[in-house]
Design a protein around this ligand. Sequence first.
Ligand SMILES: *Cc1c(COP(=O)(O)O)cnc(C)c1O
Length: 387
Amino acid sequence: MPKKDSFETLAIHAGQAPDPATGAVITPIYQTSTYAQEQVGVTKGYDYSRTINPTRSALEACLAALEGQGIDGPTYGLAFASGMAAIDTLLKLVKPGEHVVASNDVYGGTYRLFERVLADYGLKFSYVDVSNPQQVEAALLPETRLVWIETPTNPLLKISDIAETAARIKNKNSQIKLAVDNTFASPYLQQPLALGADFVVHSTTKYLGGHSDVVGGAIVTQDATAYEKLKFLQNAVGAVPGPMDVWLTLRGIKTLALRMERHSANAMRIAEYLSHHSVVAEVIYPGLPEHPGHQVAKRQMRLFGGMVSLVLKNGAAAANRMVASTRIFTLAESLGGVESLIEVPAAMTHASVSGSPLEVPGGLVRLSVGIEHVDDLLDDLEQALKV
Ligand SMILES: *Cc1c(COP(=O)(O)O)cnc(C)c1O
């Protein structure tokens, strides 16, 4: 599938030609660990499923096409058993004594991996406000090898200027790589490689899978040398997804564009509604003109996504009451599925980072706005805020 096809078309077809053996229109779930060899070492390109599996290859090609849609030249995708497995594998490109600059609003699991696992192997980390590219530049050391950003961030939805960050880093030291965790935006809303990033990382568990029924991760890059190293690591370390899981992800991706349109439209309506509500102190949504990252988000994102955060005037107690009172919004961690979820980050997803640079206010509520009818969602929030 040539890359000039539109996003929606690539999402349905890239890497997924009808099965050559049977004509099956949908990529089969090749639920096999091994492959028959005609003679010693004579294979059809497949020998063992940790190394390569046709269902996984289809997902890897599809993700590469989606993240590479806006750029010339080949892109390469690798699928992993989870977002964390993808991040861990990418961090294996950084050696003991080398340094990484990361966001002070980084995903909690990423912070835990950096501080409680990788720091023990001699990697060094600094955390800065990456929504300010000057702060990123100021944090670069001679031994810095990687800058790690998320945009929008979780749960404060800060926006980083990917193009400006890339330019500043490369200007200082062209050896430093920029990785963007694109989980919150998805490739439909934002394509970091086209803006100068070296690596895009995903928790495919979220919008790419889109149905809260599978855990997975991915890395996409244009850098052929780095890809060969990462592919070696993918096989050597072995944190690969199973065929059923990659198939569910492929199936989810087919509707990604439609879902992101609806997630974004619903989130915008909800953000506007909440910003006029008397019990709400603050609404954080990059689509609102008063959001400090609005102009950058407008430049680098197609729409503003499905995540909305709000701070209640009456703090943690009010937040806990609200999330216990919704009918359609389900009280749960995770995000990016078709169904709406609600949570209190300080007590749930971000409980483990209290007292760290990632601590969030107790009155903060995070919404993962689903694709239900927006009127039902608005009614649900209205009644929950009355409690
Ligand atoms: C969920 C998430 C991860 C981790 O992915 P898993 O699939 O849960 O391992 C990483 N980054 C972000 C932004 C996430 O939301």
